[in-house]
Design a protein around this ligand. Structure first.
Ligand code: GDP
Ligand code: IMO
Ligand code: MG
Length: 438
């Protein structure tokens, strides 16, 4: 199987970056294929922390890294990442698909203006992702092909700019301070600096079909624009099948690894059935008080350093949701699971796992297809005994029996082997289970 696809099973930040870095050692090419710098992927190697928003996490392993046509690219952010790595003496073997769309300054302004004007904001990362994808499908986008030629860029922007200016100023009462000419001259410089990396990713992948290719998913399954908790989603398809569409190659049977946190987090708005907050208390059928609920949520946030890599926002925290993992498996076709941040649960007396939902008091068979329906669900929990992972156990990569029992429970319910378990942010803090957890 030449392809491996790494996918977030929840609402993002599952630890995909860590696994892409780990798996990249055995790969030839690592490809990002959707999303943009709304992503924040953290890799920790030998106590050094790297945060990537656009560059595929395989870059530290010195692999060929590609940004496929489906990625929306803020050239300023990309140049900053390239410079930071070059300063650390890394060799960057990067290819950018010439078809990829550029995030322009008006996209960022529109993203922020819409959030400000909305009565129910999505809680976006404010990086211009949605307006850029809108322009792509609306055929008003600026691609790298346009960016590298000032004449073509001018021709594109002469049509696009007046509309954006009017939209910002007349609808949202916001100023687009840069003139068309200023944008053209600033962005032509970026085009010039990035020109050296341009390639045809679709063609390159076809011509290297004997290579081992790893696709690095961004965001998570429940942020998929169609199959996530719509409308509280991102603006691209995050599920595995999209890797082939965005890279421009025929689909093939692949190893598809679902990365799942041992609990659940979410940044931004939208339903979160197992959230451990005082507000969400009345949804749980449990008798513990709401303050205790919030305390466990705070405990997970603190232990897991659950603050967004991109925006620094505190992440909402809650118990693991197996109904979500099962739906994620149905949508992506996982062949393996990677469970991350198991160490974060250490120290809790008991651990709850949501096994299914009740909808209007009755068991629900299929996962709700919409945020409105999901909001009306209540979790059914199974309680499992807690465990303690001491630094010594982590160092020896040994798990206490109750931790193994927790993993077995997940594996049995989801029906996919857990091949990897992460017990710390370091690349080396990973346990491999070739045949699943026994
Ligand atoms: P991604 O967006 O899916 O790549 O995930 P992020 O990088 O945004 O968030 C995951 C965070 O958890 C990062 O800070 C990682 O360094 C960290 N991390 C990954 N795996 C583990 C783990 O097993 N234990 C702990 N404590 N931290 C982890
Ligand atoms: P990684 O790849 C977590 C969330 C935002 C918001 C929604 C829409 O690090 O897992 P957008 O800016 O995309 O229009 O915001 O999606 N979101 C993420 N949450 N991890 C991410 O990426 C995310 N990318 C977007 O918080 O709720
Ligand atoms: Mg992240």
């Amino acid at each position: 199987m030449p392809f491996t696809i790494v996918i977030g099973t929840q609402w993002g930040d599952e630890g995909k970056g860590k696994f892409v870095d780990l798996l990249a050692e055995q790969q030839d090419i690592v490809v990002r294929y959707q999303g943009g710098n709304n992503a924040g992927h953290t890799v920790v190697v030998d106590d050094k922390e790297y945060k990537f928003h656009l560059l595929p996490s395989g870059v530290i392993q010195g692999k060929r890294v590609l940004l496929a046509s489906g990625v929306v690219i803020d050239p300023k952010v990309l140049l900053k990442e390239i410079t930071a790595l070059k300063e650390k003496k890394y060799i960057i073997n990067l290819g950018i698909d010439v078809r990829a769309n550029i995030i322009m300054p008006y996209h960022i302004l529109l993203d922020l203006a819409r959030e400000k004007a909305a009565n129910k904001p999505i809680g976006t990362t404010g990086r211009g992702i949605c307006p850029c994808y809108e322009d792509k499908v609306g055929r008003r986008g600026v691609t790298f092909f346009d960016l590298i030629d000032p004449v073509r860029l001018q021709q594109r922007l002469d049509v696009i700019y007046p509309e954006k200016k009017a939209l910002l100023e007349k609808v949202y009462n916001e100023q687009l301070l840069s003139s068309n000419e200023q944008i053209i001259s600033e962005y032509s410089v970026y085009g010039n600096q990035l020109k050296q990396y341009l390639t045809d990713v679709s063609l390159e992948l076809s011509q290297n079909s004997n290579n081992k290719i790893l696709f690095e998913g961004a965001q998570g399954t429940f942020l998929d624009v169609a199959f996530g908790t719509y409308p509280y989603v991102t603006s691209s398809h995050t599920i595995a099948a999209n890797a082939f569409v965005q890279a421009g190659i025929p689909s093939e049977k692949s190893m598809i690894i679902g990365v799942a946190k041992a609990y659940t987090t979410r940044v931004g708005s939208g339903p979160f059935i197992t959230e451990l907050s005082a507000d969400n208390y009345n949804k749980t059928e449990n008798t513990s008080d709401s303050a205790n609920n919030a305390l466990i949520g705070d405990y997970l946030r603190k232990q897991g350093a659950e603050y967004g890599t991109t925006t620094g926002r505190p992440r909402r925290c809650g118990w693991l949701d197996l109904a979500m993992l099962k739906e994620s498996t149905r949508l992506n076709g996982f062949t393996a699971l990677a469970i991350t941040k198991l160490d974060v649960l250490s120290g809790l007396d008991e651990i709850k796992v949501c096994t299914s939902y009740l909808f209007q008091g009755k068991p629900l068979e299929n996962f709700p297809h919409n945020a409105v329906l999901l909001e009306q669900c209540a979790p059914v929990y199974k309680t499992l005994p807690g465990f303690k992972l001491t630094p010594e156990l982590i160092k020896n990569k040994t798990l206490p029996e109750n931790a193994v029992q927790y993993l077995r429970y997940i594996q049995k319910n989801v029906g996919v082997p857990i091949n990897f378990v992460s017990i710390g942010p370091e690349r080396s803090q990973t346990i491999l289970y070739e045949n699943g957890v026994e």
